[in-house]
Design a protein around this ligand. Structure first.
Ligand code: G3P
Ligand code: CA
Length: 279
């Protein structure tokens, strides 16, 4: 037996005992890599229920949205609470309850936030709907879908700590317009699926795309009004996925699907699912 043959035979015998070097993709990684477009319920099924509340999330899950988006801020004690605006006025009765306008989420204790009605502004039948915490929202959504967490304000470590406690780091997607936050999330939890959000104000230039890729994000999510087929191709050429927000027009959804969009964030997930999936 030549030395070379002996070496090859030894390697062959060893192969089954060497642990696989490639990590198994997480459920969230598998979901975002599947052929699109994924349909993502913006603030829940927000055409039918008050945005960013448990009824809106439950409705989106029932519709079988691929992901359900939400927004969060930290309250005074640092607990992540789900709401889109930094002020409480638009989607709660805070002014009537506390006699004060323009109260900030981040200056409000959790107990005060939990007294508010976050449903009546949308429809009296939702009276008594509360502002959910991020933890409560994750429990509701993850029962049948995948959460797209948009951080409006707050540090990355708090979000990652919560996701670890709930064993969800491999089962959600996190996004932000603040790319430093996206980078911080990536550094703390490299397997977390991340989206770099961009507004229509910033053109989607090659330099901007390079900066998005450097955050560790695997998705670039952009204002659908500013997104062209060439830009979708440029995103793909960097090995990234292209998502768009916030798109409720089914015809435009079909056009962007034909142009290769990978995810559509929509207030009307039921309608968009029918348009792009025929179901
Ligand atoms: O998911 C992206 C989209 O939600 C960003 O805009 O203002 O609705 O949070 P906004
Ligand atoms: Ca959002």
């Amino acid at each position: 037996m030549t030395n070379m043959f002996r070496l090859l035979a030894t390697l062959f015998l060893l192969v089954p005992t060497i642990p696989s070097l490639a990590m198994e993709p997480t459920p969230a990684q598998k979901l975002v890599s599947q052929p699109g477009p994924l349909v993502i319920a913006h603030r829940g099924d927000s055409v039918h229920a008050p945005e960013n509340t448990l009824p809106a999330f439950a409705s989106a899950v029932k519709l079988k949205a691929d992901l359900v988006e939400l927004d969060y801020y930290h309250c005074k004690e640092g607990v992540p609470v789900v709401i889109h605006d930094n002020f409480l006025d638009r989607t709660t009765d805070a002014e009537a309850i506390f006699g004060k306008a323009k109260m900030l989420v981040e200056e409000s204790p959790l107990a005060d936030l939990q007294k508010l009605d976050a449903g009546s502004w949308f429809d009296p039948k939702f009276k008594g709907t509360r502002l959910p915490t991020l933890a409560e929202s994750l429990t509701c959504i993850q029962a049948g879908s995948v959460t797209l967490i948009e951080r409006k304000k707050g540090d990355a470590a708090t979000c990652i700590k919560l996701l670890r406690e709930l064993k969800l780091t491999g089962r959600v997607v996190v996004q932000s317009f603040d790319w430093k936050y996206v980078r911080d999330c990536h550094d703390l939890e490299p397997t977390l699926v991340l989206a770099a959000l961009g507004s229509g104000k910033d053109p989607l230039s090659e330099a901007r795309l390079a900066a998005a890729a450097e955050t560790g994000a695997s998705i670039v999510a952009w204002d659908h009004n500013k997104l062209t087929k060439d830009q979708i191709d440029a995103i793909h050429a960097r090995g990234l996925k292209a998502w768009c927000y916030t798109l409720d027009d089914s015809a435009r959804g079909k056009d962007l699907a034909a142009a290769g969009i990978d995810g559509i964030i929509t207030n009307a997930p039921g309608r968009m699912l029918k348009a792009v999936r025929g179901k």
